[in-house]
Design a binder for this molecule. Structure first.
Ligand code: PAF
Length: 294
């Protein structure tokens, strides 16, 4: 964390238009952008800190670290999940201020969706990147992510944007979007931040009951066990992991080793494979991924 910035409070804007008005009053800075859906935790702080470090390495005053907080309705395939998504705006402003943000913007729904929330947004078809894993389990999810990230990028016009590796597939989808439509934006991946017991930090973790929270590190443990295995053992290790997790009350959506670039089973590339998992515990959905040692 930047100590100079940590003491300062990020400026809070209740709309993109308010932020844009402030920006147009005399400042022409490059924007380092951290898009979020709020309910922020140390994983998000790591994104803001990475942006802050980048800004501090540039000419003084050349860059502004901007965080957006918008719970995007179009990326939820399940209305109950959307309704239950946690929100903590005041704590979020505090967290991003301490992590070194200059501004935090709460876009208005109308700014993101001027004609109201559409029942369906345009289909984002990036081949396997949008059709496998999360794309298969959550139909329409990446359509919503692409729609909102496109709108956010159009409002913010960042020079760089920071995304967490916990949502590895989202990172791949955003990279493809940028290649196709926003060639000027640099995408910076930030490693997953974990609880001391290994559980990947997520806004959804706060919905785990005490008992499920205590069991949840088993998920990351199995990902690590598969990731450490020989490629010839991956199939068996995934099956063993599924069995062991099911025995502890987890519902399994997938546990699988994939090429980190294509997200398909192949090609098998040394240093380029990851194990991906999605499970539910007590109705709370957890996803995670780990690089294979192979
Ligand atoms: O990762 C998230 O928090 C969201 O998917 C994002 C990128 C902010 C789009 O709503």
């Amino acid at each position: 964390m930047s100590t100079t910035q940590g003491a300062l409070r990020a400026k809070r804007y209740e709309s993109f238009s308010a932020w844009r008005t402030a920006v147009s009053k005399g400042r022409e800075k490059r924007v380092l952008f951290v898009p979020t859906m709020g309910a922020l935790h140390p994983g998000h702080a790591a994104l803001v800190e990475a942006a802050r470090r980048f800004a501090d390495g540039e000419k003084e005053g050349a860059c502004e670290v901007v965080v957006s907080i918008f719970i995007n309705p179009t990326q939820f395939d399940d209305a109950a999940d959307f309704g239950a998504y946690p929100s903590s705006p005041d704590a979020d402003v505090e967290l991003v201020s301490l992590a070194g943000a200059d501004a935090v913007v709460f876009p208005r729904l109308q700014e993101m969706y001027p004609d109201g929330v559409p029942p369906h947004v345009d289909r984002a078809d990036f081949g396997s990147l949008t059709s496998v894993l999360e794309g298969a389990e959550r139909p329409g999810h990446f359509d919503g992510v692409v729609a909102v990230v496109r709108n956010l990028f159009q409002w913010v016009k960042p020079s760089a944007a920071f995304f967490g590796e916990k949502d590895w597939q989202q990172l791949a989808v955003v990279r493809r979007l940028v290649d196709l439509e926003f060639p000027g934006i640099d995408i910076h991946p930030v490693p997953t931040v974990r609880e001391p017991d290994g559980l990947a930090m997520s806004s959804r973790n706060r919905r785990l009951c005490e008992e499920d929270r205590a069991l949840s590190p088993l998920f990351a443990q199995w990902l690590r066990r598969v990731a450490a295995g020989d490629s010839a053992e991956w199939g068996q290790l995934c099956a063993d992991g599924e069995g062991a997790l099911k025995a502890r009350g987890f519902e399994i959506e997938y546990l699988t080793v994939r090429n980190a670039g294509t997200l398909e089973e192949g090609p098998l590339v040394r240093g380029g494979m990851r194990v991906f998992g999605a499970v539910r515990k007590g109705g709370v959905r957890l996803i995670d991924n780990v690089a294979c040692t192979f």
